[in-house]
Structure formats: C-alpha cells, structure tokens
Design a protein around this ligand. Sequence first.
Ligand SMILES: [Zn+2]
Length: 510
Amino acid sequence: MKIAMTGVSGNMGAEALLQVMELGFVEQVRVLLTPKRKNDKLARRLSARYGDRLGIVRGWLSDAAACAKLVENADLVINMAAVIPPASDKDPRASYLCNQLGTMRLADAVAAMPVQAKFIHTSTVALYGNRTLAHPWGRPGDPLLPSVFDYYAMHKLIAERYVLESEVKNRAVLRQTAMLYDGIVFSNISDGLLYHTTLNGPLEWVTARDSGRLIKNIVVAEHEGAAGGFWNKVYDITGGAANRCTGYDTFFNGFSLMGGSPKAYFTPDMCQTRNFHGLWYAEDTLQRMFHYQSESVQDFWKGVGERYRFFRLAKAVPSFLIKRLLFDRLARDENAPARWIRDGDIAKVTAAYGGMEQALSLAKKWDAFKVEDAAAHGAREEQPLKACRDKLLCHGYDESKPQEEWSLDDMRGAAEYRGGKCLSKEYGGAYSKLLWQCGEGHTFTAAPYTVLKGGHWCPFCQPQPWIYDKLAKKSPYYAQVWYDSHGREENYVYGFDKDGRAHAEAEDKE
Ligand SMILES: [Zn+2]
C-alpha cells in the first residue's frame, strides 16, 4: 500500500505517520512539507529515520502541482494539514490557503488521478459551533453553525462541503474533536484564546496518540478489505465517556499540574459565555469500527506532569505570582475577551457575551458563579444514544429509515425543517445532487447525504457574513440549538470590514 499524507508536522499527523510506519505492508508514505525553514530539520530527521520508505514533497497544499506530485500512485490520501487558532486568527490568509483552498486542490488532485486513491479528510468539531448543557450531545447531521469571526471554522466548513460534493469516489470525513497533545499547555499560555473557552460548555477530548491510532487502524482495515462500509460518510472522532467534561474541568486538570486552579488564576467573567465550540458525542461509530481509544484525560495529564520538569518547578511558584505573570498578561492579549471589553470592541463582545451590558454584569467572583458538574448532566454515559435521546437535535426526517430508502418526500420534509424547499422532481440516491432553495430564496445543489448527514445547507447564507439570528427565525433546524445561547430578540449581522475589523450591525426587526 502507498499512502500520501499532509499535516505530518502537526500533532495528529506526526502521530499518524509514526504509527502507520509501524505497518510492514505499507510500502511507502509520501508526505507534504511546506518550504518553511522549520521543516528542513524535520525533513532531515524523517529521511534519516525511514530512508526510502518515506517520500518527501516540499510545497504548499494550495499549489495544484505539489498536490499532484504528492498523490501520484497513492492508494490512500490522508489530509491532516490545518492552520488552527490562534494562528488562523492572526493570519486569515494562511488559514484560507491551507484549510480551504489547499483541501480543494488536494481533492481535485485525487479526483484527477488515472486510478483514484481513497481520500480521508480531517474536518473539525468547530463546524458545530457553540453548545451548552441544554444540548450537549451532537452527531453528524446536526446543524453546522461555526462560531462568528472564526476564520478556521469558516474555511473548514467550505472545504468539507467541497470534499463531500467532489468527484472523489471514495472519501471519508473525520471531524476531529478537541485534541490533547504534549505541548498543549505551552501553546495555550501564549494567547488570549484560552479565555474563549466557555466554563460550563461541553467538551470531549481525544489525545493525539489515539487519533494517530485511529488512522493506523483505518489503514489496517483498508488493507484487510474490512473498511467497506467506512467510505462516503461523515464521522466524529470521539474520546469516550471518560473524556467528556466541561471547559472548567479542562482548566482544572491542566492548571493543577502547576499547583493551581481556575479559581486561583482568573475570574469567571473573563471567559466567553458563548461563540465557542465543543460538544459530547452521541454516536461512537469510529470507536466501534476501529477501537482506537486507549487514553483518558486523567492518564494524559498525569503523563504530562511526569514528562515535563517545567510543571514540577511551577508547583514551587506561588499561585498569585503565576496569576500575575501569566494569566493577567494573557487577559490583556488582543485575542482575550477581557481586552475586547476594555477596548469597547462591541462586535466581539456581542458575539462572545451577547453585549457589553451582559459582559459587565457577569459574576466577578467565583462564589457567585455556578460550576456545573458534567457527570450530573450524563457525561459518563457509556451509550449516550440510548440515554440521551431526549436531548438530541432533530434532523427533520425519519432517521429510522436507512439512507438507501430515502425518497423525495424525505428531502422535502428535511428542506422545510431547514426553512426552505427541495426543488428537484426526481430522486437519484443519497449521493446524487438535488436542487434546493433556502429560506432566503437562494438556489443551490447538494447531495442528500451532504444535507441530511453532513448538516450542510445554503452556501450563500454561510459562512459569512454571519446571519444566524436571521436564519434561526425561519429554520427550526437552526433555532433548536441557536437559542440555547442567543436571544430571540437578537438580530445581528456579524462580519469583517475590508480592513479585517470585526463588526456587528443590529438589523431592524422584520
Ligand atoms: Zn441562502
């Protein structure tokens, strides 16, 4: 088997490469490394370690010629390249080139192969947008409402849809969840992004190592001819019952390595109350197929504490000093909500809190803030699909019907639930494109699978400007989750001006 991979300089890609290389039947892995100087060392290290079994193409994912060279003769192409926040917030162009255009170029390169490779595309939980404990459970087919002003999610949304609608005959979309990797603490104490986390929001973690094991196990199944039912579907990468928690729990676990806690380092009003992303997964299809979960959040943090001397040293530093030197400084960062409040950045404050008034009225002391217990909300359920059925979102059609039995009537019902119409008069199966109309009157094509199981809808109403307040008024599909963290009286259009500055305009009520 010959495999092509992108993103091996990243955390998930590095693990996937390491583990796939353990497989004797894998003849060659060809990887794409950007021409950045920091990849020179990596290229030398990989060549020294793997010799001819590893091929290296130096180039950009957005370069069609580089993509063609990468995928040549491959049986399997795995896209794990991503420019993630906060890098994507600071350099939207880099995010666009990698996350959106790069993915499109790669899918085009696979589609153009004389004998097409199979294509695995890594997408993201960020597509689902903000969740609260009112609807913490999510699954493929849920509405895609990426957070306002999130370039990463915006580009990934377009890219994922492109893959699903592409001419690639065998493709699979894996939506990656929040991922733990060794350097996570260090990369999160350099930017105000830390405070984007909602304290009582659901999060389900997976480790980079387990993500790499998932890729390895998919490769093994494909080699053994056992991955037949895997292709042409959308999946969530999940972490399992032990890895479901809240934003607060995550801070608590991470900070305890330094001998501290969220309560010692900042106040609850410094974290956003919405416009984040994260959920608990109601379906664990990948785990049942590929058995990759082995590390719990607790195991992970314990290991990090043992591996890094930094944390043992930090434990000797008094909490108030860590607070002053680190967390107070982070709260002044350009990407920190507390900074937006101080600077009067109404657009970002509105997206993150609902408005300046709401932000300023939040609890500034922990004893006035209720920290929710994830377990009390069902986070430890081993079979959430059974236990949490009443908290699942509705997809607007009879889900007990297998997709082979879907009909035009199902499409009409699903479209109506989304505030629009299915305009096609004939139905050609789950992957044959139909003509649809959204509630705003735009017409577009999409395969039934892309809409019903992907959760994608009108490509003109999304991704930006972000008009979710308007869309939710006509679409029960969006409304069922949007109003968990937004008021029905809100009517904002969020966007960027030509200088890239965020704005939020209140539209007159209709
Ligand atoms: Zn539309």
